[in-house]
Ligand binder design. Sequence first.
Ligand code: SF4
Ligand code: SF4
Length: 289
Amino acid sequence: MKVAVLSGKGGTGKTFAATNLAASADNGVYVDCDVEEPNGHLFFKPQVEYTESVGVLVPQVDPQKCSGCRKCVEFCKFNALAYAAHTLMVFEEMCHSCGGCTLMCPTGALTEKVRAIGQVERGYSEDTLVLSGFLNPGEESGVPIIQKLLTMIPDNGAVTVLDAPPGSACTVLETIQDVDYCILVAEPTVFGVHNLAVVYELVTLFRKPYGVIINKYLSQDNPVTEFCSKSRLNIIGSIPFEQELGKKLADGVVVARHNGRYERVFKEILDRIDEEVASSHEAGAGIKR
Ligand code: SF4
Ligand code: SF4
């Protein structure tokens, strides 16, 4: 079972929920797809056993073969190429790796080379497999790193928790495309409702089964509970607003491993998701795309 954990913005407790859910499963898998700000490894502190650089293809020019025709410059819609002073310049950071300029070049002056944009890591933290992606600062898109991470997930039926990037950008779409269930994490405030609505719209567009976890929960009477009730969103769990929890989080502790009460909270959420995924499959709700 693959479960993605989403939130409309950072800082709502998405990584907290994702790490504790993965740690509460037997031999669970945690995948940190929040590649711009990966924090899961700070909690798991995995023993890293494998790293791999991730790159994208960008053009390189052989000046001896370049005739200066500018066909490549005219073709590139991303302004990643310019021709001036008898020289073709490549602005690699602006290139979207479409490969079109290389195909357009009539003299064979353009070839492709790999440009590193980040890396992936695989390691273990107790019995949890931890896969993490890291996008280099200043890089535009973490999609290639997420795609690499998804290929590293073992096909052994283990509960796999994907920690999605915040918001609803293309990196989130990449993360959730093959999951069985989406968890939407929200704080019980008016802003929390706004952020929840962002990811709620996304999962309904993708026709994914989903449920809401309310983080920092104090009482039933809050804007997010009201929104869920009105919009018929299923609340599958709530994390209490407690001082002890905040302290453990600040210390970088996976609380489910140190406190049986919190472990039960996350195990119950996993059980509930398991039931919902099974019934969705039975109902043929089009979970697998
Ligand atoms: S590969 Fe595509 S995006 Fe990159 S420079 Fe060539 S045409 Fe532009
Ligand atoms: S298309 Fe080829 S030959 Fe023409 S300017 Fe670009 S690199 Fe040079």
